[in-house]
Design a protein around this ligand. Structure first.
Ligand code: NAD
Length: 248
């Protein structure tokens, strides 16, 4: 068991909730961010986790806004402690073909999925370096590896996120900080529930496993990567896609 502090952005989403549960079950002191506490019913979410036996803190933060992240970091470190584990999980989609895409939808996706990696990680990286320990996991996507119709914004953001991972891993390796990406395939959450049913059914039929992945499939890889002794796994991208896309 460990009692290190773990911050999960978007920890109240489909994949994030399971990451929070598994981190808390392993003894980490877990904090999630949420953008709008009332809209996201974060107090009910927190109470539900409490009833499962997990004490999870929350702090308001828009990960696409640097100043909001600065204030969030101050609050977390004052109220819970120095962040040693960071999971950049918050993400959105705003799909359309490029020839129909608004600039607002480009900017929103790049802001939440990619600029967030700078906005959030920048708050904690110096402390990790000074303490000589850090574990950072960035939730990328299979669609960042392969590209996807209607997702030039999303695919660019997720491919960019892994570029960030590789560069920061090199900068940080001598300080016992690891930075890795996970590339989920299609996971059963609200994000995939938003795909039109006929399209989703076609996707499921085309998957080698014949089913969507589950949030716990991602959470178990996060737990593996953040372990104290996972210190030589650095700058990697771990696909979790049920053999949908295989590469070497
Ligand atoms: P979700 O929609 O259930 O959760 C997304 C989370 O991000 C929510 O908690 C939301 O509050 C948070 N968020 C959104 N905008 C934010 C902002 N501006 N500031 C702070 N938080 C914000 O989605 P999910 O399916 O759980 O996805 C989690 C991550 O996994 C995302 O990065 C997503 O791109 C990635 N992913 C998901 C799938 C999938 O099939 N579900 C596949 C590949 C990658």
């Amino acid at each position: 068991m460990t009692n290190r502090v773990a911050l999960v952005t978007g920890g109240n989403g489909g994949i994030g909730t399971e990451i929070c549960r598994q981190l808390a079950a392993a003894g980490y002191r877990v904090v999630t961010t949420c953008v709008d506490p009332d809209k996201e019913k974060i107090r009910e979410w927190q109470a539900a986790r409490k009833s499962e036996g997990y004490d999870i803190h929350w702090v308001q933060c828009d990960v696409s806004d640097f100043e909001s992240c600065r204030q969030m970091a101050q609050k977390v470190e004052a109220e819970v402690g120095p962040v040693e584990i960071l999971v950049n999980c918050a993400g959105i989609t705003r799909d359309s073909f490029l020839h129909k895409m608004d600039k607002a939808n480009w900017d929103a996706v790049i802001g939440v999925n990619l600029n967030s990696a700078f906005n959030v990680t920048r708050q904690f990286i110096q402390g990790m370096r000074e303490r000589g320990f850090g574990r950072i996991v960035n939730i990328s996507s299979i669609n960042g590896q392969t590209g996807q119709f209607g997702q030039t914004n999303y695919s660019a953001s997720k491919a960019g996120l892994h570029g960030f991972t590789m560069a920061l891993a090199k900068e940080s390796a001598r300080k016992n900080i690891t930075v890795n990406s996970i590339a989920p395939g299609y996971i059963e959450t609200e994000m995939t529930a938003a795909i039109p049913e006929d399209v989703r059914n076609e996707i499921i039929k085309s998957l080698p496993s014949g089913r969507l992945g589950q949030p716990h499939d991602i959470a178990r890889v996060v737990l593996f990567l953040v372990a104290d002794d996972a210190d030589y796994i650095n700058g990697a991208l771990i696909p979790v896609n049920g053999a949908q896309f295989c590469s070497f």
